[in-house]
Design a protein around this ligand. Structure first.
Ligand code: ZN
Length: 143
């Protein structure tokens, strides 16, 4: 049975990230500065270059790959929650190149913003902290 919590919407932020900054660092800064411990996140825009992760379920390690060229952010979607008491961003990206070919994966440091418009919607009514999940080896929500 899935583990479920009921939540409510709190504050919502809409913003634009600075050109040339690191995508996950900037989003983490937004969450931290605004004291968001739980939120959902979405965005669109473009990157100058990308670095994404793929979780290898066999080795239980992330593999990272780079796409060193300009790309559209066709979908940035994710969440904010606490890990070790600090807000962290967990987001996935779908990116497209000049031919419309897509790349996708786990947002990692190394994605340089060309432009990015985002919405961060705070969620209230429960507290979630990430903790080690034995079946997956991932820091998942402890519910
Ligand atoms: Zn992920």
């Amino acid at each position: 049975m899935a583990e479920i919590r009921e939540i409510q919407n709190g504050r919502a932020l809409l913003g634009r990230l600075d050109h040339g900054k690191d995508l996950i660092e900037e989003l983490t800064l937004v969450a931290t500065k605004n004291d968001f411990s739980l939120a959902r996140l979405e965005g669109i825009g473009a990157l100058q270059r990308a670095r994404l992760g793929y979780y290898d379920q066999g080795t239980r390690q992330y593999q990272f790959f780079e796409v060193p060229k300009p790309l559209e952010i066709t979908c940035l979607i994710g969440n904010v929650s606490l890990k070790d008491g600090e807000p962290i961003i967990h987001a996935h990206l779908t990116l497209a190149d000049e031919k419309g070919h897509a790349f996708g994966g786990h947002l990692a440091p190394g994605c340089t913003v060309f432009a990015c418009e985002f919405v961060m919607q705070e969620l209230t009514g429960t507290m979630l902290e990430r903790g080690f999940d034995e079946p997956t080896g991932l820091p998942l929500w402890s519910m």
